[in-house]
Design a protein. Structure first.
Length: 381
């Protein structure tokens, strides 16, 4: 009861009179919300529930009314018991039938759908390929752990679409705003493989993630070219030479950001480039490999490092040549991303730039013919 009025009141006071006036009210709202979530989590631990696809409004109404009518028909001395049985069974059949139809539609959808989730200051994207093949690229996360993006954003999104199995989770690099949400995913979903660059970034959470992967029988292969049905996934770096063989791995002396696992997704005539938090040096390494035949050009670019001044170099943008760029970042984030110069570079190349802080979750659907359509949770601007 305290969250909404104190939250709205604090936000209003902060906007009208300054942060100092609104901060006490926002503290009460935050504390109440944290307490409510803690109580709910305790109930979940003590009384675990069966998790499945989240029903839509029609399915919820049908299932609730259907169960209610069936229970009413079981009562003693209830008039028109047969009518209640039939009506209840019909509503339950309609509800479960709708759930099944949506699941079949997902599995037989011929298109590729890439959704850049709105996880605040961080990265997370869900890749849905034909045949029900699904990848998660990063899981978002906060530096202080106060908000679990895995539990509050990624898992609800996956459940709502009936996704219970992930063919792979790809972690670009072990910074909290990319890694922390992955814990929940490995704990709650059937994950076939976890891809990383192998760089721990001196972050103990990375080692914990690997332990969770082993505990849940998640494979830990060295990333390499792979096919997931009609989807081609190609790592573009970083690379090291081990035993005379080139493979994905963090070279010595490279920063955590520049050691990001970079992958290019190919589907029909279209492609997506996920560049993690690459900075100029890492971008130069990726572009430099084009001379050895590595393809960098892509239709859609996940903007490196949330629009940081040190990324999206002119050389990199010219090599990629995107038709669309998507920037994942938090509204009024503490890093002051995106940098104005970076935004200007995309504008100078006439590349449409969509931002999760303004548009919310951004979905790009690609038909087998290559036709692309984009939708946003809020207005695509």
């Amino acid at each position: 009861m305290s969250v909404v009025p104190f939250g709205l009141g604090g936000a209003t006071l902060a906007a009208l009179a300054g942060d100092a006036w609104g901060r006490p009210f926002l503290f009460v709202a935050r504390t109440a919300a944290a307490l409510g979530l803690a109580i709910a989590e305790r109930f979940r631990v003590l009384a675990p529930v069966w998790t499945t696809r989240a029903p839509d409004t029609l399915e919820t109404v049908c299932l609730a009314l259907g169960v209610g009518l069936v229970l009413a028909a079981l009562g003693r001395g209830v008039a028109r018991r047969r009518v209640k049985w039939i009506a209840g069974a019909a509503l339950l059949a309609l509800g479960f039938g709708s759930l099944a139809a949506r699941e079949l539609a997902r599995r037989f959808d011929p298109d590729l759908i890439v959704t850049f989730l709105d996880v605040g200051q961080g990265d997370a994207a869900v890749v849905q390929a034909p045949g029900g093949r699904t990848l998660l690229i990063d899981g978002g996360g906060t530096y202080d752990g106060a908000f679990d993006t895995g539990a509050r954003v990624v898992e609800p999104f996956l459940r709502a679409r009936g996704i219970t199995h992930l063919d792979a989770v790809l972690l670009s690099h072990p910074h909290p705003d990319h890694l922390n949400g992955c814990h929940r995913v490995l704990q709650r979903f059937d994950v076939a493989a976890l891809w990383t660059s192998g760089d721990d970034g001196h972050n103990p959470e990375y080692r914990r993630l690997l332990e969770e992967a082993r505990a849940h029988d998640v494979g830990l292969p060295v990333p390499a070219n792979a096919r997931f049905g009609a989807l081609q996934v190609e790592p573009l770096g970083p690379f090291v030479i081990a035993s005379g063989v080139e493979r994905v791995g963090p070279p010595e002396g490279i920063s955590v950001n520049d050691a990001s696992l970079v992958v290019r997704l190919g589907f029909g005539p279209r492609s997506f480039l996920f560049a993690g938090d690459l900075e100029a040096d890492g971008e130069g390494e990726v572009v430099g490999r084009t001379g050895a035949g590595q393809i960098v050009a892509s239709d859609v670019l996940k903007v490196p490092h949330h629009g940081s001044r040190t990324s999206s170099s002119a050389e990199f943008l010219d090599a990629v040549g995107p038709r669309l760029a998507v920037m994942s970042l938090g509204w009024k984030n503490r890093f002051h991303f995106p940098n104005d110069e970076v935004v200007a570079r995309y504008a100078a190349r006439h590349v449409p730039l969509l931002r999760t802080d303004l548009a919310g979750a951004i979905s790009v659907r690609v038909a087998p013919t290559g036709e692309m359509t984009t939708t946003c949770a809020r207005e695509c601007r």
